[in-house]
Design a protein around this ligand. Structure first.
Ligand code: CTP
Ligand code: MG
Length: 223
């Protein structure tokens, strides 16, 4: 394998409601992070996995993941971007392709990991998995008044894993000023082209209780 995967898993999970850090919340009796790391490790290109865990849970997460796959666990930061930067700093010399993958996308199929890695390997500096936007999207101003309707055909909903040539991701993080919600956004600011590949509905981000219920169902029917 020529790929390192960084797994930001240090978030609180506020939108999921009370119950502890989201990556450690249970899905089918196992933490979301275990599901995510097991699927990453099943992708044959993956050589190294570095998890950014909540600082208070680093040792517990090491013990949790030891039977799942060989992983490095580091303390995350206050923002997702800081967690990714902490994980990136722990990647050993070797892998020249680096993927960044949310622990919250626990049911992401190994095939999607391989397809993003393959697109980077084929020569793209930055690759993101996307889905078409299905809802009509409107821009709204003060007082919830509609300002206009956005052309949906030009929009994409963005998932992870996002894949990068290692040097490009390092440069993007070193140049970062304001925190963004994804890594491709930092690369865009460098003016480096970012290309899209087809995402997967199974790579949904478990954000709200509805998403966790959906993931439980998908797991039951063989997700
Ligand atoms: N994440 C992280 N470090 C942070 C914040 C987020 O590593 N300081 C990770 C989360 O653990 C998650 C991924 O980034 O795997 C995507 O973030 P999100 O879905 O927003 O998770 P949370 O921040 O935990 O959820 P919320 O925003 O509802 O609190
Ligand atoms: Mg968050």
């Amino acid at each position: 394998g020529d790929v390192a995967v960084l797994v930001p898993a240090a978030g609180a999970g506020v939108r999921l409601g009370p119950g502890g850090p989201k990556a450690l919340r249970l899905l089918g009796g196992e933490p979301l992070l275990v599901h995510a790391v097991r699927r990453l490790a099943a992708a044959t290109s993956v050589h190294t996995v570095v998890v950014a865990a909540p600082a208070a849970d680093v040792i517990a997460v090491r013990e949790l993941l030891a039977p799942v796959a060989p992983v490095t666990v580091v303390p995350g930061g206050a923002e997702r971007q800081a967690s990714v930067a902490a994980a990136l700093a722990a990647v050993p010399v070797g892998p020249e392709i680096v993927l960044v993958h949310d622990a919250a996308r626990a049911l992401t199929p190994p095939e999607l990991v391989e397809s993003v890695a393959a697109a980077v390997r084929s020569g793209h500096d930055a690759v993101i998995p996307v889905l078409p936007v299905v809802d009509t999207v409107k821009e709204v101003g003060a007082g919830e008044r509609v300002l206009g309707t956005v052309d949906r055909s030009a929009l994409r909903a963005v998932q992870t894993p996002q894949g990068f040539r290692r040097s490009v991701l390092s440069t993007a993080h070193a140049a970062a000023t304001d925190p963004l919600t994804d890594d491709a956004g930092l690369v865009e600011k460098l003016g480096v082209p970012v290309v899209c590949v087809p995402g997967s509905e199974y790579a949904l981000k478990i954000t709200r209780p509805f998403d966790l219920a959906l993931a439980e169902h998908l797991l039951t029917v063989g997700g």
